[in-house]
Design a protein around this ligand. Structure first.
Ligand SMILES: Cc1cc2nc3c(=O)[nH]c(=O)nc-3n(C[C@H](O)[C@H](O)[C@H](O)COP(=O)(O)OP(=O)(O)OC[C@H]3O[C@@H](n4cnc5c(N)ncnc54)[C@H](O)[C@@H]3O)c2cc1C
Ligand code: FES
Length: 252
């Protein structure tokens, strides 16, 4: 079931120069939301055209009826969204897409940049089931990291920065935690990072799931602008068949 609702901006927090968090409150109870699912937010551009933009669900609070998202300012809609104020309303369609697996015995979650955002709700889901996952976070520099202490409440956190300003120096694939044994690797971030992580997982015969961030518009399988090529099903819409896929299913 998908809903289109007006959600109120309960809290807005700048996390670093590029990213901000929005906590969005629903007046009605929330339906079940799975880790890896996303919302499609309606934003007006400068010419007052209406654009919907897909943003991953970072956290859900069923008691407060809130969904949190972390947004990186990258272009027209996300810049416009960064100007929103607390108490403003947003037209949001949710929950969209499928889910990361939540039954792994020892998962490693790997996030790059703003792709780290959905991994909090995923880590929390595992933690609430009695499994403390490992979360490996990659960024160019420490200024791009966000909410690390929050992740540490539900996971063992490992960090790689390209300049070595925090954690191990280098790419996530070079982090020492990658040498430990895991039942699965679940990853979200820039495509080259996910591809490299998927290759490593394949070499080590660990199952790997990736969350693709193809450009989207409708979010419900109608416009076909988010298509990706898979090995077993050919071209599929990322918004309805994904955004989470088995890495070895994707024709990168
Ligand atoms: C399932 C899904 C989940 C996402 N989750 C998040 C999230 O949690 N937080 C977040 O900040 N962003 C997320 N994104 C990406 C976000 O949707 C885009 O950054 C946003 O739509 C850009 O809109 P814009 O108008 O600001 O930029 P535009 O003006 O449309 O584009 C600006 C630049 O960004 C590039 N770009 C636009 N969309 C994407 C994309 N999807 N992937 C890579 N490059 C892109 C364009 O090619 C262009 O160079 C997600 C995308 C998907 C598909
Ligand atoms: S975004 Fe329209 S079909 Fe996927």
């Amino acid at each position: 079931m998908k809903y289109q609702r007006e959600l109120v901006v309960l809290r807005k927090e700048n996390l670093n120069p590029a990213c901000f968090l929005l906590e969005l409150k629903s007046t009605d109870s929330l339906c079940e939301i799975l880790p890896g699912q996303f919302v499609n937010i309606l934003v007006k551009d400068v010419a007052e055209r209406l654009l919907r933009r897909p943003i991953s669900i970072h956290d859900v609070d069923y008691n407060a009826n809130t969904i949190s998202v972390v947004v990186q300012k990258i272009g027209l809609a996300t810049e416009k969204l960064s100007l929103i104020n607390e108490s403003d309303k947003l037209d949001v369609v949710f929950p969209l897409g499928n889910s990361f697996p939540t039954e792994e015995k020892r998962p490693l979650l790997v996030g790059g940049g703003v792709g780290t955002a959905p991994l909090y709700y995923l880590a929390k889901t595992y933690y609430n089931k009695g499994i403390k996952p490992a979360v490996l976070i990659g960024a160019r520099t420490k200024d791009q990291l966000f909410l690390i202490d929050k992740y540490k409440t539900v996971a063992d956190v490992f960090i790689s920065t390209e300049d070595g300003s925090v954690g191990e120096k280098g790419l996530v694939t070079a982090n020492s935690v990658m040498n430990e044994s895991f039942s699965a690797i679940l990853t979200c971030g820039p495509t080259p990072m996910m591809k490299a992580v998927a290759n490593m997982a394949q070499e080590r015969q660990i199952s790997c799931f990736v969350s693709l961030e193809n450009r989207m518009a409708c979010g419900i399988g109608a416009c076909l602008c988010c298509v990706t090529e898979t090995k077993s099903e050919g071209n599929v819409c990322v918004c309805t068949k994904g955004a989470v896929f088995r890495a070895n299913e994707i024709k990168w």
